[in-house]
Write a protein that binds this ligand. Structure first.
Ligand code: ATP
Length: 137
């Protein structure tokens, strides 16, 4: 069964959204395989978002991700990566439709509440990065 990595970002944790987000994944039919509250240091944030290193917003992105605790999760299910991205909604909350997590809880692309892996390969890479050998599962 496919797995995906989902992370409630610091704004989502601060705003008390962990429960709602977990509930949406459970109701959709995903199985929770791992969950932990943690503080990300800058090297981990930089590795996680390495593909954006050259983007003008990279510094802001790392500041944001390290600004408070995150909730890292592993969810399993059929087409887990694509189904999770559907629940999460478009990257820019302005374009995310109501009913999606970003459509309901976010206003700005720079603080969009939640992350979901964009491919099964990246999901496994991110699960190793955040859960290491204890990985979930
Ligand atoms: P994520 O990887 O967080 O799930 P995504 O795959 O939907 O997001 P990406 O294009 O990979 O979207 O962007 C990664 C993250 O970088 C976004 O979730 C957002 O937090 C941040 N980001 C993207 N574009 C901007 C921008 N123009 N300004 C500030 N932050 C941005």
């Amino acid at each position: 069964m496919e797995r995906t990595f989902v992370m409630v970002k610091p704004d989502g944790v601060r705003n008390g959204l962990i429960g709602d987000i977990v509930s949406r994944f459970e109701k959709k039919g995903f199985t929770l395989r791992g969950i932990k509250l943690m503080h990300i240091d800058r090297p981990l944030a930089e590795r996680h978002y390495g593909e954006h290193r050259e983007k003008p917003f990279f510094g802001e992105l790392v500041d944001y991700l390290t600004s408070g605790e995150v909730c890292a999760m592993v969810w399993e299910g059929k087409h887990a990566v694509a189904n999770a991205r559907s629940l999460i909604g478009k990257t820019n909350p302005v374009e995310a439709v109501p009913g999606t997590i970003r459509g309901d809880f976010a206003m700005d692309v720079a603080s969009n509440v939640v992350h979901g892996s964009d491919s099964p390969e990246n999901a496994e890479r991110e699960i190793s990065l955040f859960f290491g050998d204890s990985a979930a599962a």
